[in-house]
Design a binder for this molecule. Structure first.
Ligand SMILES: *[C@@H]1O[C@H](CO)[C@@H](O)[C@H](O)[C@H]1NC(C)=O
Ligand SMILES: *[C@@H]1O[C@H](CO)[C@@H](O)[C@H](O)[C@H]1NC(C)=O
Ligand SMILES: *[C@@H]1O[C@H](CO)[C@@H](O)[C@H](O)[C@H]1NC(C)=O
Length: 347
């Protein structure tokens, strides 16, 4: 009797081992780094244009209505406008959203090495050059954006997703000061650059604004932590200006009315609508819009005629420094925008 009982135990243990050993081998050899679960905390580093405004509104609405990540800070940089204007625009956006509580950290006023003048695609003030009511100022945090990012990431290691949707100066500075920065993030999304096109190699605005900063980030990037959204892969001509104006723009909320005014100038330039910054936020908030992701070894040309042009080679995970979003589902992105921006109407 005793011996038989003992035998059953051995069989039971053997069966359990037979089940759990393969499961654990599978588990530890599979890359689960993609499966970060829901993002908990978000920082947006941005350059103050109408496209940044839309991205920030998306984050705030997702936080409020879809249990999305908490926007714990906005950091400002130069790009669509100078940094002073980006700071003013950040205050306006937070004021419109009724979220004056979100901390603003002011960042770089110029590039690391060679500054490029601010753009005026969205108007001289970046928000459509409307005649605006003055708003009650919001005070900036005393720390520089790069130090603010480091402080927050060290306070919440592994929890923060950083969306870099302007010139990359602040993020590069933060990495130079804290080389462990990227490994301590949950993820870094960079909206910048193009996938290299042999027939038409051109620099992309955000990458060109601070090419050295892009270089610094690529030197420190690992594909489990860094995802690039190149404008060439997402800035397609599939979404029309008519859809932007008559469908998205028809949503009757204070936020959409403001965005329509902010894009007043830029919308006139083309019959299609493609803004990178809202796509970065779309991908980060709900990755069901991602159509195709590739591992890539990404870099940027710093010298000569091709300065600012990205190079990349699609490769294996082991050789890659980043993941590149190669395609997004445009229709799903449109649906996501409609869902986010109309949420206020139904809640
Ligand atoms: C920033 O840009 C705004 C808008 O073009 C301009 O009025 C302001 O003088 C600029 N500020 C600095 C510090 O360059
Ligand atoms: C993402 O979008 C899909 C499709 O609309 C939806 O079913 C899903 O709940 C969303 N996920 C998150 C995390 O919001
Ligand atoms: C854009 O539209 C074209 C033509 O309708 C289609 O072939 C293509 O797949 C679309 N691209 C995306 C990314 O949706």
């Amino acid at each position: 009797m005793e011996v038989r009982k003992y035998k059953y135990w051995i069989i039971l243990v053997a069966v359990l081992l037979a089940i759990f050993i393969p499961i654990s081998i599978y588990y530890f050899s599979t890359d689960n780094s993609e499966d970060n679960g829901p993002i908990s905390k978000l920082i947006i580093d941005h350059d103050g244009g109408a496209d940044d405004a839309m991205a920030i509104f998306m984050a705030l609405l997702y936080e409020q209505y879809f249990n999305g990540p908490t926007l714990i800070a906005l950091t400002t940089t130069h790009g669509n406008v100078n940094e002073s204007q980006a700071f003013l625009n950040t205050q306006r956006v937070l004021d419109i959203a009724g979220r004056r509580d979100v901390p603003i950290y002011r960042g770089s006023k110029s590039s690391l090495v060679m500054s490029v003048p601010a753009g005026d695609w969205f108007g001289v003030d970046g928000l459509g050059d409307n005649v605006n009511e003055p708003i009650e100022p919001i005070e900036a945090h005393s720390k520089h954006a790069a130090l603010g990012i480091i402080k927050l990431v060290n306070k919440h290691p592994g929890e923060i997703t950083l969306a870099a949707i302007g010139s990359l100066t602040n993020v590069a500075l933060a990495i130079q000061l804290e080389p462990e920065l990227i490994s301590r993030l949950s993820h870094l999304y960079v909206g910048a650059g193009h996938v290299y096109s042999e027939s038409e190699p051109t620099p992309e605005f955000n990458a060109e604004q601070d090419a050295e900063a892009y270089h610094v980030i690529m030197q420190n990037a690992t594909p489990d932590k860094v995802t690039i959204l190149p404008f060439s892969q997402v800035g397609t001509k599939n979404i029309t200006r008519q859809w932007r104006e008559e469908v998205l723009g028809a949503i009757q909320t204070k936020i959409m009315t403001s965005l329509n005014q902010f894009e007043r100038i830029s919308l006139q330039y083309a019959n299609y609508w493609s803004l990178l910054d809202p796509i970065v936020l779309g991908v980060l908030l709900n990755d069901t819009i991602v159509g195709d992701v590739k591992y890539s070894q990404n870099s940027i040309v710093l010298c000569g005629q091709e300065r600012g042009i990205n190079t990349n080679s699609f490769t294996t995970k082991e050789e890659a420094n980043v993941k590149v979003i190669n395609r997004i589902f445009q229709d799903d992105f449109k649906k996501l925008l409609l869902t986010i921006f109309s949420a206020e109407l139904y809640n």
